[in-house]
Design a protein around this ligand. Sequence first.
Ligand code: CS2
Length: 488
Amino acid sequence: MSSLNHRSLPALAARGIQVPRYDREHIEVGVVHFGPGAFHRAHQAYYLDEALGADPRWGICEVSLQSSGVRDALAPQDGLYTIAVLDEHPGYRVIGAIKQMLVARESPAAVLERLVDPATKLVTATITEKGYCLRPDGGLDTQHPEVQHDVQHPHAPHTLIGYLVQALKQRREANVPPPNIVSCDNLADNGKRLRRAVVELAALSDGDLAKWIEREVPFPCTMVDSITPATDDALRARVAAALGVEDRWPVQREAFCQWVIEDVMQGPTPDWAAIGVTITNDVAGFERAKLRLLNGAHSTLAYVGSLAGLETVYEAISHPDLDRFVQRLMREDFRASLRAPQGLDLDHYIDAVLERFRNPAIRHLLAQIAWDGSQKLPFRILNTIVEALEAGRPIARMCVPIAAWFHFVRRKAANGDTIVDPMADALSEIGQRCTGEAAHDVSAFMNLPRFWPARLASNELVRHGLTRAYEQLATVQKPADLKLDCFL
Ligand code: CS2
C-alpha cells in the first residue's frame, strides 16, 4: 500500500475523506508548537487547520524537544496525517497545518530563528506537566538539571522555558513584538505558571528582561479538552482501510473537542470564534472544572480500575461499584470545590463527562492515564483536598484514588515493572520498602519529597484517610473484589 503524502489528497477527497481546503504551498508559519504528541495533533492542529481555511498565516512549525519520532514519521508524508474521530459514526480528516518540523536537540539555532521570526505570532505548548520543571509551590525548580543546563547554555537550551527566555530576549533586542504564548497542558493556571517560570529563569541572567516579560508578554491561561487515546496498530490498520493509503502516525480522538482561552492576547490571532474556540475572561472556572472533574475522575478510574485488573476507561466506568463511587466523588467532593463559570452548568457538565467516558468507540487505556501520577495528582486531586480541609469538608473519598496510586506503585515495584513517572526512582524505592502494613506504607509515601502540598504533608486527617483507604484496597485483584460502598 502506498504512503500518505500530498499526491494522495485528490484521491482521498474523491473517497469522501476530509482533506485541507486550502493551498498548502501558500501557507506561512505563524505558530511554533512545542510537543507534537497525539493530543496536540488531535486538538490545536485541528483548530489551526480550520483557521487555515480562511487565513494562510497559521501554519505550524512543530518542535520536539528531544525525540525525532514524529518528524521521522511525518516528513515522508509531507507533514500530513489523519485524525480519526471515533464515535458512533467514525470520521477521518487529513490535517495539512504542519509546515515544518524541528527537533530541538538537533537544531537549536533553527528553533530560535523560528521563535524570533516576526511572522511567529503564536507559541503553543503541550509538553505535559513535567516539562515545566516546577517546584510544588509553583515556582521554577532552579535545581532541576535541565534548568541548570539552560542557565549555562542559553543558546542551546533543553527546556521550553529556556527557549522562551532566549527568544524573548532576542525579540526585545530586535524590537519585534512578543508572540502570544499559550500553555495547553493540564495544569491549573497554566498560563500564569508558565509566565512565572519564564520570568524566574530570565531573572537569573537579566533583571530588565524579566521585568519586560512580566509586563509585555501575553501568557493566556487555557482549558483544552478532547479524549485522545494513544495511537496503536489497530488505529493504523483502521485508518489504512478507510484511506486506502498508509499513514505512519495517525491520531484518534472523540468527537467532543473544546479550547477555551483567556482574553488577553495581543496582535494578530486566528479568528478564534470562527473556528470554535471560546475566548473568555473567566478561563480559571472552566480550567478548574475540567481538571478536577474530568481529569480527577480519569486518574481515579485509572488507579482504582488498574488494581482490579480493568484495562480501559469504558470498562472501569461500566463497573457498577466504581461508577457509583466516581459519581459520588465528582458530584459531591470535586463539585463542592468548584464555582461554575458563566455559561457552564456543573451538573450538566458532570453528566456530559460521564457520557464521554461511556463511549464504547473509544479504547482509552487506564495504563496511559496512570503515567506521571506524581505530576498529575497534585493538580487533579491534592489541591482539592487542601481546599476541602480549609473549608472543613470531608476528604475520605478523595483519599481513595491517592491510596490506589500507592498500591499501583507498590505492585509495579514488587513486580519489577517500569513506572512511567519523572519520580520513578524515588517511587520504586518507596514501593520496594512497602511491607503491606498500611500505617507503615502510607508513612513511606507521605515522606515522598517534592510532591505534597505543605498543608497535607503532616496532616493527621489525611494520614488517617489514606491509611483507611489503603487497607480497604489492599486485597483488590479482580473486578469482583472492588467493593467501594463503604465510602459512599
Ligand atoms: C487524561 C487526559 O491521560 C490523562 O491523564 O486524563 O489526557 C485527558 O484525556 C484529557 O485531558 C482530556 O482532555
